[in-house]
Design a protein around this ligand. Structure first.
Ligand SMILES: Nc1nc2[nH]c(I)nc2c(=O)[nH]1
Length: 270
């Protein structure tokens, strides 16, 4: 069944989505939400038992992108420790032109569904040549280069420690070799020019991508504790002499899958 909800209030729409998810999954309240970016798709099966799979387009406010695989689904997972995880495999990117409310609808839905923690993952470009494709990097902070915000009106939200140092500490207990970096969100969908990558480097970025920052801002506003982790799938433009190849990006993500999904499962088990 699809459930049509017409409202102009994004929080009313998020509550409608959360109510639908509770009813459709039989799970009244979830504890932790995960947004799985490119390369992270296998994580859901490693963090526990998938007890329900919904098609995103049956849930109010979600649209299922045209990409194959688990993208376009919303899954409820019972973790090894009995936690209820909500796996949002239906990320909307800002470059899709559906507006910033659509980009953060999943985050607001997760909060309305009872979650207290949000795990944001992504695939991105790396500015540090030591991070070969397939390297996971903890996000310590972000630089929002989208020139927009998911918040509207006089919602002056503090973003200090937005990427929880507590959760980063837990991740480093799991894997002490994990590096961390500052993530810059560009609008995309084009990749950066070499000059833009050098600009990002100069202003303090270590990672460049097209997601995450806007979702994290909405998550803080919704009272969620945020854990962000990137998978470096390519060296950002100009960092290495050879140009970007989409095949390289896809292959690096696929190859790193098992290791990073295990890492995520172990962090969540903490
Ligand atoms: N902006 C930006 N986004 C990305 N996503 C992936 I995967 N690689 C990149 C990249 O090099 N730049």
């Amino acid at each position: 069944t699809t459930s049509e909800v017409t409202t102009s209030d994004p929080f009313v729409l998020a509550q409608a989505a959360a109510d639908y998810i509770a009813q459709a999954t039989g799970v009244a309240s979830h504890d932790i939400a995960l947004v799985l970016g490119s390369g992270w798709g296998a994580a859901a099966d490693l963090i526990g038992e998938v007890t329900a799979t919904l098609s995103a387009n049956e849930v109010p406010g979600f649209s299922s992108p045209a990409v194959e695989g688990h993208v376009g689904t919303i899954r409820s997972v019972l973790t090894r420790e009995g936690k209820r995880a909500l796996v949002l495999g239906a990320r909307t990117h800002y470059y899709e032109g559906k507006g910033v409310r659509a980009v953060v609808h999943g985050v607001r839905t997760a909060a309305a569904a009872g979650c207290r923690v949000l795990v944001l993952t992504n695939g991105c470009g790396g500015l540090n040549p030591a991070w070969a494709p397939g390297t996971p990097v903890l996000i310590s902070d972000h630089i929002n280069l989208t020139a927009t915000s998911p918040l509207e009106g006089p919602t002056f939200v503090d973003l200090t420690d937005l990427y929880s140092s507590r959760l980063r500490g837990l991740a480093r207990e799991v894997d002490p070799t994990l590096d961390e970096g500052v993530y810059a969100q560009f609008t995309g969908p084009h990749y950066e020019t070499p000059a833009e990558v050098q600009y990002a480097k100069r202003i303090g970025a270590d990672l460049v991508g097209m997601s995450t920052a806007l979702e994290a801002i909405a998550a803080r506003h919704a009272g969620l504790e945020v854990f962000g982790i990137s998978l470096v799938t390519n060296l950002a433009a100009g960092i290495s002499p050879t140009p970007l190849s989409h095949e390289e990006v896809i292959e690096a993500g696929r190859a790193a899958g098992p290791r990073i999904s295990r890492l995520l499962a172990d962090v969540i088990a903490k």
